[in-house]
Design a protein around this ligand. Sequence first.
Ligand SMILES: Cc1cc2nc3c(=O)[nH]c(=O)nc-3n(C[C@H](O)[C@H](O)[C@H](O)COP(=O)(O)O)c2cc1C
Length: 427
Amino acid sequence: MESNGHVLMATTGLPGSHTLAVYRKHGGYEALAIALSKTPDEIIDTVKRSGLRGRGGAGFPTGTKWGFVPKSNDKPKYLCVNADESEPGAFKDRLLLAKDPHQVIEGTLIGAFAIGARRAYIYIRGEFAHEASIVQAAIDEARAAGLVGKNILKSGFECEVVIYLGAGAYICGEETALIESIEGQRGEPRLKPPFPAVVGLFGCPTVVNNVETLACVPHIMKRGWEWFAGIGPERNTGPKLYGLSGHVNRPGVYEAPMGISLRTLIDEYGGGVPGGRPVKGVIPGGASCPVLRGDEIDISMDFDSLTRAGSLFGTGTPVVMDDTTCMVRAAWITARFFAHESCGQCTPCREGCGWMQRILWKIETGRGEERDLDILLSVTDQIEGNTICALGDAAAWPTRGFAKKFRDEFLQHIREKRCPLGGGSLH
Ligand SMILES: Cc1cc2nc3c(=O)[nH]c(=O)nc-3n(C[C@H](O)[C@H](O)[C@H](O)COP(=O)(O)O)c2cc1C
């Protein structure tokens, strides 16, 4: 499946790419047949060796996660596909759902077989109603062809694949909130441990995986772990979908190996910045990832390199900002999002996100004092690490990143008692 030099997007541009006929014509579901001829342990071992790390943001090794599901536990096991994709800047899973739903379903079935699950939920954010209808049609087609349901490919393996629609809450992308939501509860994250691999959906062992993570799995089964492990830097392997947005001439989803340079993504894939303006900052992987300055974009897009640089790879979806952007306003817009999406369970996140939003707005509108900058940073310190889930961290990190990387611009706002960019190009 490499018709255009791509792997994950090999069939994406073809007419009818969402149909079973086109997917099968390009080798679709052959990987499932290979997987069903192996033992679950062999599959888990292959995925471990490939080095595949989760594409949902945290970069946890997928094979290792699958291996945590206890074999001795006789409760049902579940696989949940995380298609909530609500982080500002992220839109790569949406493309897979709309254009390549069978690739996701095939990866889901292989994952379910590997962990012993007979039921998989695809949790799709409610706003993706169009994508959900495409995925549902794909599930129906697959069921009619004996690929979903009982006795799949006459192997004796059975697995139901069911869509669950979210209702517009970013927090439901957090894996335990997602589980609560499927159970019919409010989407509030659970304390861990116990981890979902042991006590997850309906109290049973559960794996939650991102859409793109599972889309990688059929290719690993078909081409072998060595092929996957040979792409990208060590410990950061495989092909990747990069969602590029903001001030670039050609925003969109691009497939490139892990480890491509951020500058290459912006200049060659994205066609550079409109009007040839300078890059002022880039949020490399979704709103929760600390901003990089324009002079820091000669960096390898992978989990370890971005962590070393004090940022995060996240979902690998860079938002580019040119010199017309006010960084205080960018920080405020980001903080406003997290304040709105905080579930309110934990005091540091519920109160702290509101504080960050208000202080940033005060500075942006020319009413800030220098001590506000210290208060802002102390609020980020008090949120980080003190909440049940990572939404608190996800809110604190970008605020701290903007305030530290663009401190001079924050101080300029405070000293001049106005936004020097007149609010800049963001609203
Ligand atoms: C607030 C919050 C929102 C999240 N949203 C998503 C999401 O929309 N999609 C996703 O795959 N992971 C999301 N995650 C990460 C999941 O909790 C989890 O790590 C991921 O689904 C695991 O899949 P992976 O190992 O395949 O990456 C979110 C995490 C947090 C803290």
